[in-house]
Design a protein around this ligand. Structure first.
Ligand SMILES: Cc1ncc(COP(=O)(O)O)c(C=O)c1O
Length: 379
């Protein structure tokens, strides 16, 4: 099946008991057994739930993987990956990373003896240099949040293979519409489903997709043992959201291009970070591994004055100032004080995340209205 057909049909069968074409919300914690162990494949909803199963299968199909696993948040899904490791193991991670992931790595798992190296993955030789016999995982985000750098997934996969370690990719920004890390050699694809996959800013969820049966079994064991699983109502909402993923993403990409080009020619705007520009340092990699450039971008203002940035951040009318991204409505944010506040300032600056950087999640409204909103806010 091609992508749009998969978005609508993959993993979803009419309900076997009633024929309901939409997967019902199985709002139940437990399932009756005729005799001990004699059940229909479902015993307890932390372990399995039919609404969640349908969603997990749909996500696996969209990412060209065999197994999907859903979690109660994107962070819970990354947490499950790190629980594959043990004290003394090391992780090589990108230095331009969602702040919550950085916090989980440094404030939780370093305390349990896992060592993290944060490196600029634009240069694969930096990754190679950080590898050693203890490295068990390479962790990348691409496009990165919020600098929109593009990391060569196939290049990372070759390094991971050489060192017999896992490669995990946070595919939240790209979605399977734009990029499939498993096809490029990744072992684990992760999503903050909260964002584009849900698509309507009405739930929090995470997901992993893998191909390897043994790895899927280990992750399912962690999922069930630690219990950070989503409820059926949220799974239903994501199943509904997925049916328009391709339509939404197409419009996010179209609007993203219009807004990025508007910002690039605006006299008050200094730098615009969007991988669709031929001048973007990783444009070639983006063209090779992505099918479009998305609706996420960041920009800075000339003069780098926080008062100017605050004025823009508080005067848009359509772009709402809020955490998160990937919904149908446009959002803007200030990474230094919001999504990336947990990263120390010196670390942020090293990856180019300036104090005045503004991040946009361009929604699916009319592009002309979005441009007008920004034009007025920029003054
Ligand atoms: C790239 C990226 N990864 C992971 C997460 C964490 O996901 P969640 O908020 O669903 O826990 C986010 C959230 O903003 C994100 O942007």
């Amino acid at each position: 099946m091609k992508f749009a057909t998969k978005a609508i049909h993959a993993g979803v069968e009419p309900d076997p008991t009633t024929g309901a074409i939409m997967t019902p919300i199985y709002q139940t914690s437990t399932y009756v057994q005729a005799a001990p162990g004699d059940h229909k494949g479902y015993e307890y909803s932390r372990t399995h739930n039919p609404t969640r199963t349908a969603l997990q299968n749909a996500l696996a199909a969209l990412e060209n993987g065999k197994h999907g696993l859903c979690f109660s948040s994107g962070m819970a899904s990354i947490d499950a990956i790190i629980k594959l490791l043990k004290p003394g193991d090391e992780v090589v991670s990108t230095n331009d990373l969602y702040g919550g992931t950085y916090r989980l790595f440094t404030k939780i798992f370093e305390g349990f003896g896992v060592k993290f190296h944060f490196t600029d993955m634009n240069e694969l030789k930096n990754v190679e240099a950080a590898m050693n016999a203890n490295t068990k995982l390479i962790w990348a985000e691409t496009p990165t949040n919020p600098m929109l750098r593009i990391i060569d997934i196939a290049g990372l996969a070759a390094i991971a293979k050489k060192h017999s370690c896992l490669l995990g990719v946070d595919n939240t920004f790209a979605t399977p519409y734009l990029q499939n890390p498993i096809d490029l050699g990744a072992d684990i694809v992760m999503h903050s489903v909260t964002k584009y996959l849900g698509g309507h800013s009405d739930l929090v969820m995470g997901a992993l997709v893998v191909n390897d049966d043994a790895l899927a079994e280990r992750l399912a064991f962690i999922q069930n043992s630690t219990g950070a699983t989503p409820g059926p109502q949220d799974c239903f909402l994501v199943l509904r959201g997925l049916k328009t993923l391709h339509l939404r993403m197409q419009r996010h990409c179209e609007n993203g291009k219009v807004v990025a080009e508007f910002l690039a020619q605006h006299p008050k705007v200094d730098k615009v970070y969007w991988p669709g520009f031929a001048t973007h340092p990783n444009h070639d990699v983006a063209k090779r591994q992505m099918r479009g450039f998305g609706g996420m971008m960041s920009f800075t203002l000339k003069g780098d004055d926080m008062a100017d940035a605050t004025r823009v951040l508080s005067s848009t009318k359509l772009f709402a100032l809020a955490e998160s991204l990937g919904g149908v409505e446009s959002l803007l944010g200030h990474p230094a004080s919001m999504t990336h506040a947990s990263i120390p300032r010196e670390e942020r600056l090293k990856s180019g995340l300036a104090d005045t950087l503004i991040r946009l999640s361009v929604g699916v409204e009319d592009a002309e209205d979005l441009v007008e909103d920004l034009r007025e806010a920029l003054g």
